[in-house]
Design a protein around this ligand. Structure first.
Ligand code: SF4
Length: 575
């Protein structure tokens, strides 16, 4: 679910997962104290911030060591991009906080003091020590030739870096439209360094991790909160402001419990509609004239679902539909109805096209990872890179990378070829699905280049840790089953090929025929039909017979063949 300390505490309490079924009529919190589980009244916590809630519950229970995963006002009001906050981490994407709010659960609180049993402790500890040594090695030997945030391990080390030239000059500002190529200069660097140094009180880790990806931030006169990764810049860049503003408004946003990718873009989108006359003064009664104040004002309205905030709380995709009057053209940075990183590029990259278009996790950072994002300009550098690349599942990936050129025949968009692109995407997403199934941090596995956890040592961890007989093939098959099941759930809700597309303006140079070929090849590779629906044969092969039967019963797949009935290409779900 998230990093931090909550999940290990749950394990010490004796559980692997918490499944919430149904809905509470009144606001409650769940108190898991080792074997004892209680559902307690949370009416007194209604409207409280996520961090404030955690503190109040610890005091109420007299359990200063209890770990609390809580929602803020955004989750209570079912804002579509509400998060669950945990003090040292958060689960933010896809509105998971709104799901918790809809269930009437303000917080899940855990205290665990039991033991953890390991099937083969000596073997398991030896593996842990190997990983630890490798992390030390990688920390001392950053990968050369790639941007700073991709050189190391962990969640991108945004809280340690003062050099923001790359993000501020390559990512888009405002509603993901404005690129400021000459933004970063010595004055900005000096001011932002001072801001971060003044507000960053401590670098912090998740439980038992040697990395320190997050930081506690203490803005003057405001409570301390946790921040990590690109959320450092999202509010700053959406508001065209500075780091001081970004770190201060993020404190409010964390208490309210909103996703730091979506929330700033939704606010910038609203202001762009206002500037272009699609929304008017009538929609923003009492909105301040100061740019930064407007962001605070909008944030307050969104989490309370007041006035225009009620429309914006559904995210740019749905808000644009409701507003009409051409607003949909301004909701330009979505994939499958969710706001994305504000990144706009030139030449189509076939691997990234597939990851954006077909990804079910609706966020490129949850799919990309172990294969470099760009070719190295010189072959000798590529040769150096592949030399110690032992994480590859197959030697062919080294060759794919060695032959990838910046220009010429072997460059984007026609290289990597469609088949190679499928292989690469399959490897990337497999690792992310394995991480999610294991509850592992992507920052040490699926996300960075040359990570310490990979397809070759994961089966050994599972075998020695859990006593399950595991090897690479079985693990790959389990990941495929999981990925297919997620696809099937979305298919059952109406998703089809028409939805498999990146944001329209993500790349300036597009290649419609190639993109169709990429999708066709990927679907075939995955065992899906031309509409992106897993075929009966591939579902049955994975032991998902109950899914294929359901698809046939509902007319999503035609009986006895793997085509989808005609009307489904329009995305209709048959009754
Ligand atoms: S690597 Fe992962 S688990 Fe470790 S501190 Fe960073 S985010 Fe947390």
């Amino acid at each position: 679910m998230m990093g931090g300390f909550w999940a290990p505490e749950l394990k010490y309490a004796g559980y692997d997962k918490v499944i919430l079924r149904g809905q509470s009529p009144d606001l409650v919190y769940i108190w898991i104290n080792n074997d004892k589980v209680e559902i307690r009244d949370a009416s007194h916590l209604q409207g409280k911030g996520a961090t404030e809630t955690a503190e109040l519950i610890r005091q109420e229970l007299k359990e200063p060591k209890a770990q609390v995963a809580a929602i803020g006002l955004a989750g209570e009001n079912r804002v579509f991009f509400a998060s669950i906050e945990q003090g040292r981490s958060s689960a933010s994407r896809l509105g998971i906080g709104a799901v918790m709010g809809d269930k009437g659960v303000k917080a899940v609180v855990v205290r665990g003091t039991g033991d953890i049993n390991i099937a083969q402790p000596a073997e398991y500890m030896a593996l842990c020590n190997e990983v630890l040594e490798y992390i030390k090695f990688r920390n001392q030997n950053p990968i050369p030739g790639v941007m700073t945030i991709l050189q190391g391990l962990g969640s991108p080390q945004e809280m340690q870096t003062h050099d923001e030239k790359w993000h501020t000059e390559n990512f888009m500002w405002g509603n993901s439209r404005v690129r400021r190529r000459d933004f970063w200069n010595d004055d900005v660097k000096k001011a932002w360094t001072q801001t971060l140094e003044n507000m960053r009180t401590r670098l912090i880790s998740c439980y038992n991790c040697p990395m320190k990806c997050a930081a506690t931030i203490s803005p003057p006169g405001k409570p301390t909160y946790m921040m990590k990764c690109f959320s450092k810049l999202t509010y700053t860049m959406a508001a065209m402001s500075d780091l001081d503003f970004g770190l201060k408004i993020a404190q409010h946003a964390t208490e309210y419990g909103v996703d730091a990718f979506s929330a700033p873009q939704v606010m910038a989108f609203a202001l762009e509609l206002y500037e272009n006359g699609i929304l008017t003064d009538k929609d923003f009664p009492g909105m301040p004239s100061d740019n930064e104040e407007r962001f605070y004002w909008l944030l307050d309205r969104i989490v309370r679902r007041e006035g225009i905030g009620d429309v914006l709380a559904n995210g740019t995709y749905w808000a644009a539909k409701e507003i009409g009057k051409g607003a949909e053209a301004y909701a330009h940075n979505n994939i499958k109805k969710h706001e994305q990183l504000p990144l706009k590029l030139s030449m189509l990259n076939p691997v990234y096209f597939l990851m954006y278009a077909t990804g079910e996790k609706i966020n490129i950072t949850q799919i990309e990872g172990q294969f470099p994002q760009m070719p190295y300009p010189k072959r000798e550098h590529r040769e150096a890179f592949v030399k110690d690349w032992f994480q590859v599942p197959d030697e062919k990936f080294k060759q794919y990378f060695l032959d990838w050129e910046l220009r010429g025949e072997n460059s984007n968009p026609y290289y990597p070829t469609a088949q190679m692109s499928c292989d690469i995407v399959d490897w990337q997403e497999k690792m992310h699905y394995i991480d999610d199934a294991l509850g592992m941090c992507a920052g040490l596995s699926s996300f960075p280049l040359k990570p310490p956890y990979h397809i070759h040592n994961y089966p050994k961890f599972i075998s020695s840790g859990a006593g399950i007989d595991m090897d690479e093939d079985k693990l790959s098959q389990a990941a495929k089953r999981y990925r297919t099941l997620v696809r099937a759930i979305n298919i059952s809700r109406g998703m089809r090929r028409k939805d498999d597309k990146p944001p329209e303006d993500h790349w300036k140079k597009r290649f419609p025929e190639l993109e169709e070929e990429l999708l066709d090849t990927y679907y075939k590779f995955k065992g899906w039909n031309s509409d992106g629906i897993p075929t009966k044969e591939s579902l049955d092969e994975l032991g998902l017979n109950y899914v294929s039967e359901d698809f046939i019963r509902r007319g999503i797949l035609a009986d006895g063949e793997d085509a989808s009935p005609k009307e489904n290409s329009a995305g209709k779900v048959p009754e």
